[in-house]
Design a binder for this molecule. Structure first.
Ligand SMILES: [Zn+2]
Length: 194
């Protein structure tokens, strides 16, 4: 039996629907994720040494399943779960960087010295998540959380990065240091062997 089949059986055991796996899956939602920096945890499917400890919950009977590794979460084929997992992965990457005292940059330079987005730490979806989770705080009349979100998205989407002004650079760094770092530091996830 494949590892994922083991997990599928566990899902069916704990679901109200006992036969059709895809139907059973509709009863479940993604609850949260944690990280095991030492990778000493094992997925329910028996996969050893997983890093992300994801938890899902059955909405009909309250049953929970955890930990489930990232590979298995992706195999469920639920794009919403993949997005949530992706958010946790970025938050963990941010936390790891901040622990080392390194503040992630919004832009980096590629091999040809061209300014590009730093996709290890930012994505359009991640900026949206930050906004939805209220990371961007209002600074009085000029900058609402929404205008910060729109500004960061605009800078991320800008094709000619060389046209970004010093003021805009300064503004990006201010939003990172004032809003994003505070948000990441206060974002509580289960962390093992940190
Ligand atoms: Zn697994």
């Amino acid at each position: 039996m494949s590892k994922f089949s083991i997990l599928k059986e566990r899902v069916l055991e704990l679901s109200e629907e006992k036969k059709d796996f895809n139907k059973a899956l509709l009863e479940w939602e993604f609850v949260n994720s944690g990280v095991d920096y030492g990778m000493n945890s094992n997925c329910i499917c028996t996969q050893e040494n997983i890093k992300y400890l994801n938890e899902i919950k059955n909405n009909l009977n309250g049953n929970k399943l955890e930990p489930i590794g990232s590979v298995c979460i992706n195999k469920f084929g639920n794009s919403e779960w993949n997005d949530i997992l992706n958010k946790y992965e970025l938050i963990v990457r941010w936390k790891s960087s901040l622990k080392k005292g390194v503040i992630p940059k919004f832009f980096i330079r590629d091999a040809n010295d061209k300014i590009i987005n730093n996709k290890n730490f930012f994505s359009r979806k991640f900026i949206k998540f930050l906004y939805n989770d209220k990371a961007f705080e209002s600074d009085g009349d000029n900058w609402s959380g929404k205008s910060k979100f729109e500004f960061m998205t605009k800078m991320f989407d800008k094709t000619k990065k060389k046209n970004i002004t010093p003021q805009q650079y300064w503004r990006i760094e201010e939003i990172i240091s004032k809003d994003i770092i505070k948000f990441i530091e206060n974002y509580v996830i289960k962390e093992l062997n940190g």
